[in-house]
Design a protein around this ligand. Structure first.
Ligand SMILES: Cc1ncc(COP(=O)(O)O)c(C=O)c1O
Length: 386
């Protein structure tokens, strides 16, 4: 019989328990550009809500995670890969890149893995931005873009997004010979809207010669619209485009952190110079490979999402709320009153949504498609709170 050691973390028994227990002199010499950065606020974790509000049985509809859980094939692969957890991962990610290359019909030399696609946003900025350059994004585009630019000492050019989508005319006007990166999430988080082929074509036709278009397709698997372009087509034509994809959403592997970029080999060469060599861990690589084979899981996810999206849209609209049409696994909803207090009241009911103040949408929330039970919990909590 093994011996069990109980970790005693009772505060009174520790010497260093709160911030008051350490003395520090203050660090007032951070890079000035960092003072402008508003840190990214992720969806509130379930454990945090349990700790803070003393609630159990919490429904999280805040981070566009997959309500079906992880791909079962990926889970099996992770269990096997655990046996080699003592070894460093393949820094080149050969097997997963090869599999992606076959899956997408694109050269593996044009694929770079990331610790989630969000890390690739940082890698791209590190490779192509320096003070004096410009990068284009928008106030309702994925928040991480602006932070990654700011870290590189570049103030992002925020092109307004009327009607919850990118404004191509305004974007073209913002192009200059200093533009290096243009960030477009297609479809866009948090609005759930998308740009059609003609609109992306227009951007590429006017893209300055020293700029790259980053097409972040984190939610592409959910999109059914016939004019939705596959960004890889542009890459295959040799255009200056980086397509980002992730295993976090449709494949249900957000916790493992696995994303990838597909682009031309010259751009890959630049990205490789700044990429940390073991940035995609061995469990994530194994899971990614297996997930690509899990066609059944992907199909169930997409069909569940279609149903769930309709339930969410109908339920919210019936409650008099304005819902932005979405092609993703979430909706943006305008509650027409400050979102902060509603968010807190919903937390007390054990329902986590995502308030949209950081996106200059102080009366809006983003709500992920959940399980049928999750939707019911959301609606009854909303009925209590509103
Ligand atoms: C548009 C967009 N890009 C990238 C990401 C990050 O994905 P990953 O988990 O691969 O880092 C998200 C996550 O919410 C997203 O909405």
């Amino acid at each position: 019989m093994g011996k069990f050691i109980t970790l005693d973390l009772e505060p009174k028994k520790r010497k260093y328990n709160t911030m008051k227990d350490i003395t520090f002199s203050g660090c007032d010499f951070e890079r000035p550009i960092l003072t402008e950065i508003k840190p990214y606020i992720p969806g509130k974790p379930i454990s945090e809500v349990a700790r803070e509000h003393g609630v159990v049985d919490i429904i999280k509809l805040a981070s566009n995670e997959n309500p079906l859980g992880p791909s079962p094939k990926a889970l099996e692969a992770v269990k096997k890969a655990l046996n080699n957890a003592h070894l460093y991962p393949d820094g080149a990610g050969f097997a997963l890149r090869r599999k992606l290359s076959l899956f997408h019909d694109y050269i593996s030399e044009g694929i770079v893995l990331g610790n989630g696609s969000v890390e690739l946003v940082e890698i791209i900025c590190e490779a192509f931005l320096e003070p004096g350059c410009e990068a284009i994004t928008g106030p309702q585009a994925f928040f991480k873009y602006r932070i990654a630019c700011q870290i590189m000492g570049v103030k992002p050019v925020m092109v307004p997004m009327p009607d919850y989508n990118y404004d191509i005319d305004a974007m073209l006007k913002a192009f200059s010979d200093r533009t290096r990166l243009v960030f477009i999430a297609n479809p866009n988080n948090p609005t759930g809207t998308y740009l059609g082929r003609g609109e992306i074509d227009r951007i590429l036709d006017s893209l300055p010669s020293q700029a790259i278009l980053v097409l972040d397709e984190a939610y592409s698997e959910f999109v059914k619209e016939s004019d939705y372009p596959n960004g890889l087509d542009y890459v295959r034509q040799g255009q200056r485009v980086i397509v980002l994809r992730t295993f976090s959403k449709a494949y249900g592997l957000a916790g493992l952190r696995c994303g990838y970029a597909m682009t031309t080999p010259d751009i890959v060469a630049s990205l490789q110079k700044v990429r940390e060599v073991f940035n995609c861990n061995s469990l994530a690589q194994a899971a990614g490979e297996a997930a690509l084979d899990d066609k059944e899981f992907l199909a169930s996810t997409i069909s569940m999402n279609e149903t769930g999206l309709a339930v969410l849209r109908t339920g919210l609209t019936e409650r008099g709320l304005k819902v932005v049409p979405s092609v993703c696994n979430f909706v943006l909803v305008d509650l027409n009153r400050p979102i902060g207090p509603i968010f807190t009241e919903l937390l007390k009911q054990g329902v986590i949504i995502r308030p949209m103040e950081p996106y200059d949408l102080p009366t809006c929330a983003r709500i992920s498609v959940g399980s049928p039970e999750g939707h019911e919990r959301l609606f009854s909590a909303l009925d209590l709170v509103l």
